[in-house]
Design a protein around this ligand. Structure first.
Ligand code: COI
Length: 375
């Protein structure tokens, strides 16, 4: 029987080069640019199963140029976070959901399955070793990136996975966007799609991210930090609102009827949308508030435009592990017309009131590059 990942088999080799930890300043600590000293890794072969997992000094990976991941993008990943509380304890945010989603993405690409509980135990050990890397300031955390790749021996045919490698790396982070948690603008992309019916929009695979780069670049030129994908599905109504390249999206709309009911809307998990863990958390919290209707339903762009035109689009925000809850202040079309969104929400106010350099508002965000890579 091929072996599975087991915590009790974990082999630990400590790094001799412990780096200086970065200063927790949102102006200098760019998302995903600094990594901790160690990584977790394991390999898998069809006939043998998983090797013993190990924690080793962070190092580069050597791959044959014909490794399948490099050609056919057979890989999936996760984004999880761990926080250090005021009591000094480390707390993972709903990691069982990440493990489930990781397994779902892997399954879709024939990447190997793994014991989710045991893998999580190994990740916890990595975090214990790197506990000094976990930030203890509000708005900062350590971002955990599990990655699973298909590395079969040189073979260019397209075939199911025979050999794979798993890595988990850690990166101390603050806000995802260089402008901090200040409200951002989204570029409305109606031509280049992110997901389509029957596709893989509900998986966390690299292939869902690469095609967002061109729209992202176009959006950056119009002052937008991210893209909002609107799918032209041939039905009337201006297209189906989907998600952003790295966030699920929420809209607070005041209904037109007599009682002006508030409705918080996000697109449903219909196979086109990534089942975000922050999305799920926001839905659960909002349902608990009891002061608004909370809907997972298809949303057409014309409805949004209509609501904005008569002042009923009250709030827009994105959610994601990396971006947390990100206020949005505008939806910009290709012809540069803009739906201006009020951002009179408490989250935005809270962060705007924070001193420069904290997670909320960097010193010199005005005029700074807006996109993550600084373009
Ligand atoms: C995450 O939110 O964890 C993601 O993977 C998004 C990624 C673009 C940073």
């Amino acid at each position: 029987v091929p072996s599975d990942i087991r915590y009790e088999d974990l082999v630990i080799t400590r790094s001799e080069h412990i780096q200086v930890k970065p200063k927790l300043d949102a102006t200098t600590l760019r998302f995903g640019a600094v990594y901790s000293d160690h990584m977790l890794q394991a390999s898998w072969r069809e006939e043998l199963g998983w090797t013993a997992p190990s924690i080793d000094p962070l190092s580069s990976v050597s791959l044959h140029p014909c490794a399948q991941v490099l050609h056919y993008a057979v890989q999936c990943f996760e984004g999880m976070k761990c926080y250090k509380g005021k009591d000094g304890r480390l707390r993972l945010f709903r990691p069982d959901m990440n493990m489930d989603r990781f397994a779902h993405s892997a399954d879709r690409l024939t990447l190997p399955q793994f014991d989710k509980v045991e893998l999580l135990e190994c990740i916890k050990e990595l975090l214990r070793i790197e506990r000094d890397w976990v930030p203890d300031e509000e708005g900062f955390s350590i971002y955990i990136r599990p990655l699973l790749i298909f590395v079969t021996h040189p073979f260019l045919g397209v075939c199911p996975t025979r050999e794979a490698m798993l890595f988990v790396i850690l990166s101390p982070v603050g806000p995802y966007f260089p402008s901090g948690l200040k409200p951002i603008k989204l570029y409305v992309e109606t031509q280049n799609g992110r997901a389509f019916p029957g596709g893989v929009g509900d998986t966390k695979i690299g292939g869902n991210y690469a095609p967002t780069l061109l729209p992202q670049l176009n959006g950056t030129q119009l002052g937008c930090s991210q893209v909002l994908f609107v799918l032209q599905d041939g039905n009337p109504g201006g297209g189906l609102v989907g998600e952003s390249s790295s966030m699920n999206v929420f809209f607070l709309i005041q209904q037109d009827g007599e009682n002006r009911e508030l409705e918080l809307v996000t697109p449903p998990l219909d196979g086109l949308i990534l089942p975000g863990i922050t999305r799920d958390s926001v839905l659960t919290l909002a349902r608990g508030f009891g002061n608004m209707k909370v809907s997972e339903r298809p949303l057409r762009f014309n409805e949004l435009e209509g609501a904005a035109e008569n002042g009923r689009l009250l709030e827009v925000f994105g959610t994601g592990t990396a971006c947390m809850v990100q206020p949005v202040m505008g939806l910009v079309m290709k012809d540069q017309t803009e739906i201006v969104v009020p951002f009179n929400n408490e989250a935005a106010e809270y962060w705007l009131a924070k001193p420069p350099g904290t997670a909320g508002l960097p010193h010199s965000s005005a005029g700074e590059p807006l996109s993550v890579c600084g373009r």
